[in-house]
Write a protein that binds this ligand. Sequence first.
Ligand SMILES: NC(=O)C1=CN([C@@H]2O[C@H](COP(=O)(O)OP(=O)(O)OC[C@H]3O[C@@H](n4cnc5c(N)ncnc54)[C@H](OP(=O)(O)O)[C@@H]3O)[C@@H](O)[C@H]2O)C=CC1
Ligand SMILES: O=C(O)C1=N[C@H](C(=O)O)C[C@H](O)C1
Length: 250
Amino acid sequence: MSKLRVAVIGAGGRIGSEAVRAVQAADDLELVATLGRGDRLETLTEAGAQVAVELTHPDAVMDNLEFCVRNGIHGVVGTTGWTDERLAQLRTWLDAAPGTGTLIAPNFSIGAVLTMRFAQQAARFFESVEVIELHHPNKADAPSGTATRTAQLIAAARQEAGSAPQPDATSTALEGARGADVDGVRVHSVRLRGLLAHQEVLLGGAGETLTLRHDSLHHSSFMPGILLGVRRVVTVPGLTFGLEHFLDLD
Ligand SMILES: NC(=O)C1=CN([C@@H]2O[C@H](COP(=O)(O)OP(=O)(O)OC[C@H]3O[C@@H](n4cnc5c(N)ncnc54)[C@H](OP(=O)(O)O)[C@@H]3O)[C@@H](O)[C@H]2O)C=CC1
Ligand SMILES: O=C(O)C1=N[C@H](C(=O)O)C[C@H](O)C1
């Protein structure tokens, strides 16, 4: 059987360099191109890439994906910074490229995907819920894509359950003291040397709390999810948001 031809964009970065090694080590995949900042995107078509793994920067991802989708190259995207507007734009490109698939995964690690799922399940049983994400200080953005997605899922679960607004009597505070408000869920971002990627979801009810914590201790934690995405995205046209759609979680 012929190997799937894979390119990595952002190949010199923290996660990109790990993805290069993971693709090279996979028997069913062939690494046909590695791109860094300033490299020509035409390299992807010249190399015959079928799937591009996109791990760059929120400022770069849209141009890279436009090129990929217009050229029928499937995308596996870990880069953050997704807004409704960006997703709508990507969908219009995909609508014009039937058969082409793009997976955007706010987090490729199984533990983080499960944390999101557990938080979603628990949210309606508690009065209060807040998210703390903790990352290395070279991270491009805040809050993390994972924390934003987690908060959105929590908010949707609470809305579906008819939960009351969260109790919070705070009337005056230094700006920022209560974190960011993502759909009514507070998200706090810590940037600390020594950390990689971590998240806590704190849930509180009368007389009890529940804390869900996930730690990515090495970029290897993201590799099984990236490889799964590469193998599956070629069979799923259109936009898939979240690795959970490629996992049998139920
Ligand atoms: N979904 C997930 O599971 C994960 C997602 N991420 C996300 O992935 C992204 C990258 O993270 P990280 O590896 O830590 O960041 P890095 O800064 O270490 O790596 C990004 C790489 O992309 C390169 N780059 C920037 N612009 C372009 C471009 N236009 N074309 C090609 N390459 C480009 C950079 O080059 P240069 O050094 O010259 O700027 C750099 O080598 C972030 O958005 C991060 O949040 C990270 C980990 C897990
Ligand atoms: O920049 C990182 O490192 C990470 N980015 C992703 C995010 O913003 O959620 C995934 C993970 O947290 C690592």
